[in-house]
Design a protein around this ligand. Sequence first.
Ligand code: SIN
Length: 326
Amino acid sequence: MPADPAAERPTAVIATGGTIAMLADPETGVRRPTLTGAQLAAAVRGLDAPLTHSQPYAIASEDATYEHWLTLVREIQRAAADHNGTVVMHGTDTMEEAAYFVSECLPDTAVAFCGAMRPPGELGYDGGRNLLDAVTVARSSEARELGTVVVMNHEVLPAWDVVKMDSVSLSAFGTRHGTRIATVHERRLRLLSRPLRFNWYGTVPAAAPDPDAVAYIRLTGSPGRRRISAAIGGATGVVVDALGAGSVPASVRADLIAVAASVPVVLSTRTSSGPIQAEETYPHALDDLIGAGIALEKRLDGARARIRLSLAIALGRDYEPLEVLH
Ligand code: SIN
């Protein structure tokens, strides 16, 4: 008998498309996500862990919807019972959002996302290496505690904070708040910090959230009041990326306060790191917004706040900003 029978179980590899799988059509040169997880795994030297393969869909990730991600969540749920962790091969353009969606629904499940910045056959194709690293992470004894992570370019980054920061670099992925959980090299995971525990919703919705429910606005200098007012009118929820530490131009404040009387409104920041903090730095600066019930989201970027609010609406729950549990 092995010491830990669970360690002998296969890891589930779920392929969903993306550059990692984009083979070129020999005649037209057009790339399509046709490389399967099994084909890729068979070509990776050193990838000798037992694996099972499934492919619920094969798309470029810009076409991913909440329906796709709910399908993915259900596939991961099915696999979790009799597998030693799950790896998801995903396009990198929306990987951070897919990983966040999964993390919200299944916070206690070991899931390692991976993808590639270069397509198969190109010099520097990184798909095989990222798959090998993701399998190492998913099978590690720490995997369950890590929850959902993105494994790219030897880095293990948490779903709540990971962002694609560069459109082409092999080291495209980083984190907004500088969170780095681990590195993985030569099939060894090296933990650098303990993952945080959060107040996840932790519930799989019966149906996919409505992608039209939430209006997501990114504020700029000189915002167009009429445009913003048209975008938030009729929404079931609103997410606003404020400027800097939470500044909201006077010209749009009244409209946000008015809409907050009937639907949840969440304020995040458009900055590439740091929290909303205007009410601490400039006392009373956000009193009118807070008084109107607008939630201050201090951890998540707007794209993730949109997912969290969409899930909250689908689950019939109030929006709660993401908070660390102690
Ligand atoms: C995609 O997101 O499907 C295309 C880009 C990539 O995977 O890197």
